[in-house]
Design a binder for this molecule. Structure first.
Ligand code: ADP
Ligand code: MG
Length: 356
């Protein structure tokens, strides 16, 4: 990474006995779309608020292009912000709302008008300049909140679950629009969400947080294909987990055994004979076959139809459940509860997990 636009070193924030941030180190690259992803209470808002300057850190430092800003008040950080619930000023028109950050920066009226027009154009809301927020739909209000956050050309745009109050269809539309805006503006986005799909579809890079600590960071496909531990594998997408023992072989191909079933595993992780390993296996990497066609005999327990895919829950002898995701165009077998089947996977499909 070239000089990061923002560098966070050992950020710690405690609330009583809760470590809301537990030693976060993070460099943000100029122009990237970075997403903070984690369950409720994992410290996403705390981290974003610390970046914005709304809360102070107990330990650690923040630097903007190598200049320390740890003690700087929010109004001098010049970051654009869109928070949950799009709090527009209800007594101001759309134009006044979007111009507000420029007004408090004492910009000349002509410049304010020009920038407000540009910002409204950017979010396709030019025709709504004279309306009051109450005369707008939720999605429109959120667009205005975005325009307001961008009107003064911020160095970084901070967004805390900006779409979470919107319905699914609108959220999907605005996800495309936000990505588009990010590309057009080239501004650094730091985006908070607890929605895995949203994180996967929008981000250049995702930071996964749990209990105020980074679990893993990387591009969407790296995180999805190579989750480091069980938490990440479970939180980002769905996963099956297999406890196995290494019975032989040498890298990259090992022989393993799980509940009496031998199978081969191809992995770059170092494994030793006799070692117990935990594996994650994505549902779409599992194959469903007729009895005997695949490795492990199983019985279909539940089928859930999702349009382009269907999810099949199967149980192997001994009670262990596996989720199989298969395209609905596959008609070689029609899974129904009670059907005897078998499941299998390619040797390179399971991912070896680090202990959580
Ligand atoms: P997230 O945004 O990921 O849901 P938060 O950053 O809001 O999580 O919270 C992280 C943890 O810090 C949670 O356990 C939360 O209860 C706690 N916390 C956050 N803000 C405060 C506060 N002002 N006072 C006490 N505890 C807080
Ligand atoms: Mg939050």
């Amino acid at each position: 990474m070239n000089t990061p636009i923002l560098s966070i070193k050992n950020a710690v924030k405690r609330y009583g006995t809760v470590n809301a941030l537990d030693g976060v180190n993070l460099d943000v690259a100029e122009g990237e779309f970075l997403t903070l992803l984690g369950p409720s209470g994992s410290g996403k808002t705390t981290l974003l608020s610390a970046i914005a300057g709304f809360i102070g850190l107990d330990e650690g430092t923040l630097a903007l292009r190598s200049n320390d800003i740890t003690g700087k008040p929010p109004e001098h950080r010049d970051f654009g912000m869109v928070f949950q619930g799009y709090a527009l000023f209800p007594t101001m028109t759309v134009r006044e709302n979007v111009g507000f950050p420029l007004k408090i920066r004492k910009r000349p009226a002509a410049e304010i008008k020009k920038r407000v027009d540009e910002a409204l154009e950017m979010v396709q809301m030019g025709a709504f300049a004279d309306r009051m927020p109450s005369q707008l739909s939720g999605g429109q209000q959120q667009r205005i909140a975005l325009a307001r956050a961008m009107s003064f050309d911020p160095q970084i745009l901070l967004l805390d679950e900006p779409l979470s109050a919107l319905d699914k269809k609108l959220r999907a539309d605005l996800q495309w629009e936000l990505k588009d805006l990010h590309q057009k503006l080239g501004v650094t986005f730091i985006y908070v969400t607890h929605d895995q799909d949203e994180a996967l579809s929008m981000s250049d890079r995702i930071i996964i947080l749990k209990d105020g600590a980074i679990q893993q960071e990387g591009g969407p496909n790296t995180l999805y294909d190579r989750p480091r531990n069980r938490f990440v594998a479970d939180f980002l997408g769905k996963s099956n987990f297999i406890e196995a023992t290494v019975t032989g072989g040498s890298g990259p191909t090992f022989h393993c055994e799980s509940q009496g079933t031998p199978f081969d595993l191809i992995t770059d992780e170092p494994c030793e004979q006799g070692q117990a390993i935990s594996l994650a296996l994505r549902p779409e990497r599992l194959r469903l076959g007729l009895p005997g066609a695949e490795l492990v005999p199983a019985t279909v327990k539940q089928v859930s139809y999702l349009g382009e895919r269907c999810q099949v829950l199967v149980v192997r002898e001994g009670g262990e459940e596996f989720l199989v995701s298969r395209p609905t165009w596959k008609t070689d077998i029609t899974p129904t509860p009670g059907l005897q089947v078998s499941i299998g996977w390619d040797a390179d499909a399971p991912v070896v997990l680090a202990p959580s």
